[in-house]
Structures are given as C-alpha cells and as structure tokens.
Design a protein around this ligand. Sequence first.
Ligand SMILES: Cc1cc2nc3c(=O)[nH]c(=O)nc-3n(C[C@H](O)[C@H](O)[C@H](O)COP(=O)(O)OP(=O)(O)OC[C@H]3O[C@@H](n4cnc5c(N)ncnc54)[C@H](O)[C@@H]3O)c2cc1C
Length: 615
Amino acid sequence: FLAPQVTVSPEYDIILAGGGAAASIIAGSLSAAAPSLKILVLEGGPTTRDKLEHIQPARYFSHLSPYSTTEQFVVSSPSDAVAGRSIVIPVGKCIGGGSSVNFMLYNRASASDYDDWEVEYSNPGWGSKVLIPLLIKAETYEVNTPANPSAATHGNSGPLHVSYGGNGILPIAQQFLNIGPQVEKNRPLGPDGNDFTNKSINVFYRMPKWIGGVNGTRSDAPHHYLYTQQGNPNLVVSEGSRVTRVLFDSTLTATGVEFVYDKHVFPDYDPTPKQVTASKLVVLAAGAMGTPQILERSGIGAASILKSVGVKQLVNLPGVGATYNDHVFLVSPYFADPTTPTFDNIFRGDPTTWTQGLTQWDANRTGIIASNGVDAAIKVRPTTAELAEIGPDFTARWNSFYANKTDKPLLWMSALAGLPADQTGLPVTSWLSGGVFLGYPESLGSIHISAATDVYAPPNFNSGFLTAQSDVAALRWGYKKAREIIRRMPSFRGALPPAHPPFAANSTAALTETEPVAITAPNIVYSAADDAAIDAYIRAAVGTSWHSFGTAPMKPLAQGGVVDPSLNVYGVKKLKIADVSIGPEMVNANTYSTAIAIGSNAFHIIAAELGIKTT
Ligand SMILES: Cc1cc2nc3c(=O)[nH]c(=O)nc-3n(C[C@H](O)[C@H](O)[C@H](O)COP(=O)(O)OP(=O)(O)OC[C@H]3O[C@@H](n4cnc5c(N)ncnc54)[C@H](O)[C@@H]3O)c2cc1C
C-alpha cells in the first residue's frame, strides 16, 4: 500500500466528520480563533484547493458528469409519485462539499424560516435575529454600491464575495425582468430579492451569485475559510477519508471516530478501518445524505432500521434520516431565437466559446467563465385570487403553513438562458427554460443505511417527491405562470414538445406557438384534461433542486428531533451535528446560504463551550 499524503495523528481535540460547506467554516474559524486547538477534518472526497474546476464558476456543470470524482449520486427507490422513476440526487463529495461544486445561485431564506426554527421547534438562538447578522458578516456584497445603498441586510467585509458575475445580464434574463412585471401586474421589478423581508417576495429581481465580482472566482467555503488557515500545523485536513462510525465509551461519550481511506480517491491505500481519538468533541458535518448514515452505523437511530442491518442500538432516535427534504424542480425547455446568446455553448462544451471565455477570464477575470448564466428570478407568493387558480388540493397546506406568514413564497421561478441538461440528440441552438422550484414542499422522504459497516453500500433512499398532491397542484400553477411570461418574451420560439405536457391537438393549451405573442394576448385557458396532462407531466419530469436537507433535525426529542439547540445529539455526550441536516423545517431558498448560517452559528456555539473568544 502507498502511505497517506497527510499524517493523521492518534489524537485531536476536535474531529469533524465531513469537510463540506459548514465544516470548512467551523474548522477554519476555530483555527483562526484558537490556533493551538488540534483539529482534524476527515473529508470523504478529494481536495479542491486551487483547482480550476472549482474556482472558475462556469465549470460547475462538469461536476454533474456521471464520471464525476467530486460529486456522489444518491439514487432513490422507484416511486409511483414520480411516474415509477428513481430520482438521482447529486451531492458534493470533495473538500468544500456542495459549496465547491454548486451552481452559485445566491438566494437567502425568509426571516420567518429561521424564526420558525426558533419558536415553533423550540431552538433558542436560531432565529433570524441571530442568523441574519452572521450571514451579513460572512459576505462582501459587491452589488451593494453607492448607487444601490439600500441593501442594509448585506455585508461589506466578509470572506465570501457576492456579485452579479462578470458577464453582465444575458438577454433572456433581461427579457424576463422586462416582460414579467407587464404580465404579472401586481409584481414589479425590485432592487433585491434577498433582503429577508416581504419586499423580497413578489418582485422580479436580478440574481446575484456566489462569485467574486473582482476576482471572478467561486465563493466556496474552503478557499475562503479553510485553506487560508492551513499554515497552522494544528489544523489537519485529510482528504479521501470516509468516516464509518463514531466511537463511544461505556458512558456514551463520543471518544473519536473510525474511518477508511476512500477506495475511489486512494485505491492504493490500506483499506482497513483506522481509529482516531477526539478529546473534546466530535462534530458530524457530512451533509444531509452523509450524516444520518454515520449516525446509524454508530448505533444511533430507529430500532427497526438498525435491527434490519444488524447494528447494535446505542440510542433510540427515530428521527434519524426520517425527514428528507428537497425543493422539487421543474425545468421546461423552449426554443429561443438561435441568435440569442445563452449559456448553451458552455453546457455543450463548445470549444470556441470555452477558448474565448477562458482567454477573457485569464486577462481580467470577467466574461462568461465568471458567471453561471442565471441572471433573473422571482419568488412568488399567490394572491387570494391566485389561490383559487391553484385549486382545492392546495387549500389545507396554504391554511396550515403559509396563510399567517406573509414573507413565505410558494415558489421560485426563472427563465433560464439555456437548457441546463445533457443536450445530446437535441438541435444545436439557443434554449430558454422555465425553471420552477417549490419553496416548502409538503412531501418528505427518508434515507437510511442498507449495511452495518460498508460505507460504499448505497443507502435505502426514498426521495418522497410529490407524495403530497398539494405539491403537484402548486407546480402545475407554476408551470402555467412561467409559460405565460416566456411566450411573450422576444426570444421565444415555441416549446420542445416531448419535454412538455402532451396537450390534445384541439386544446387551447396545445403547443402550437412558434413566435412570441403580444403582451396583451389572453392567457391560455386550461381544461380539466389539460390539468391532468400537466400533472402527469410533472410527475414524469421533476427532479432535484440539489438541496438535500433536514435529515437529523434540531427539534425536541418528542417531535422526532436528533439534536438540541446546542447541536448536541440526544442521548450521548460530546457529539454534535453541524450541517444542513439539522434544519427542522425547509427554508425557501437555495441552501448554501443556510449552510453558512449553520456553520457560523455552530462555530460560535462550540467556541463558547470551549472558552474560546470570538468577535
Ligand atoms: C449540484 C449542486 C448544486 C447546488 N446549487 C446550489 C446553488 O446554486 N445555490 C445554493 O445556495 N446552494 C446550492 N446547492 C446546495 C448547497 O451547496 C448545499 O446545501 C451545501 O453545500 C450543504 O452544506 P453542508 O455543509 O450541509 O454539506 P456539504 O457541503 O454537502 O458537505 C458534506 C461533506 O461531507 C462529506 N461526507 C459525506 N459523508 C462522509 C463520510 N462518511 N466521511 C467523510 N466525509 C463525508 C461529503 O463528501 C461532503 O463533502 C447545490 C448543491 C449541489 C450538490
């Protein structure tokens, strides 16, 4: 066997299992605040340091390749709710986790999302009053210029830079911002879709990105929190190191972890499990897919699950892996005028576009390489009249969840400048896609281990997608809304029929238009048969939003909780969880921002317990 590149000592003060978004913030911040603290980060995937595929924003799509070495693909069991399909969910598997491979869409939750965590799930210290200042502190908002001084909820000096990217605004996004407010008369253009207030809802807004405006690079967590501390010999980051389980003594105090060198990252390393001790704390930060699996392999979980795979139970926590959340995403492709510049040449790997783009990026860090191609969006909350359009399948969900919280949008909607998919077999042209994801799907899934010790065994994963009819009703309405705006955009040239509902030829909803209609054209009227066709289409077409969440929730034990507000796992000592698996309820936005909030708050909680001063 080859010797490992990084020497892992027998003992550390703190061990983090997983080196993703939240873990990078926690380890880097602790190292900066207390350089003598001995910290070990065990990350299952490879390093990302200074690698162009992580730094250059436009390369994000490459990580989704089936041959990816930086993402892992978790495959669900087939479900009738999604037309018998298995849903494939990619998750980051590299230092930085999702933050180093994600699409860099900058979206923030609503204040009430975090206030619900605090009040409804009894988690003092996790409301918006605590988390918003941490998010402000984490960012430098380059959109916050003298010309746009109102952005008071944004930061000016944090490590993570946010900008519109270096490529200006693509015409399709500009058309969405122009036409949208004319079609949706009660929804104007707004300065900011992310200020944590009601003012962010029901306004068309230009999309910021987790991309530095000056340096044109991805604002991932490791390059801005972790690698900056690696001059400190007390901080050890071991790549390709998969944690199998947490080790406990007879008092159920966590004493360390067991790990193996990942056979994909280091095929030549000794594959036998290694053990390493943590004198102060073990922190699980393996993400919403990884953390519940480590807990279950460690004997923490539901009795029936552990018994089925032959793991001896240490603590009965039925909430482990029981509430998988994701924002279900519907992407509906339309033809665009072939002369419209889009992101398609990047998605297709067009050599000329890439060569020109890379030359520009090398010269001044601008251009298409410094962008993700997603430049405009809206978070839509329906009016009373629109609730009638959505129909009775959604009424109970609205009344119980949304009605009294006016900052909660139903869905996020965008006209994407391109078709972010494998385009093999499709015409080489410009595409325009309606993109809609639900803010708070009612449907939940689950994830559990299928083997006692084998970290490579695929988990038993049920996505839960569309098991609640309320979600189908909401997406049906979202599909119609997006179509009404898109069919009026100057670049619109008709729908791609196989990727839309099979409306009857004599239906008013039939996909016959090939040119934009007038702004004043009447809206399409859908029959009951059309609605049924849309529902069937949605079930056959939805996919992940890449926002796995909430699989080890921070809730009271009696409500299926796994950790308390100090992030301690119930029933054991010296074991915390700090990643998006702790979310007790979904937030309406892309989840990197919430991972940052969790990582930042976890750092303060851990530092306070260890007597480390923070600013
Ligand atoms: C393809 C994709 C696109 C996305 N796009 C966006 C976007 O545009 N905007 C946005 O806001 N959010 C986006 N997200 C979501 C966001 O990146 C995640 O929510 C965020 O990274 C979660 O942070 P985390 O710390 O909880 O977990 P992660 O960042 O996922 O980190 C978990 C880490 O733990 C490691 N791990 C797992 N199991 C083990 C084990 N047993 N031992 C050791 N290590 C282990 C994993 O390899 C991973 O690196 C996207 C995510 C993906 C995957």
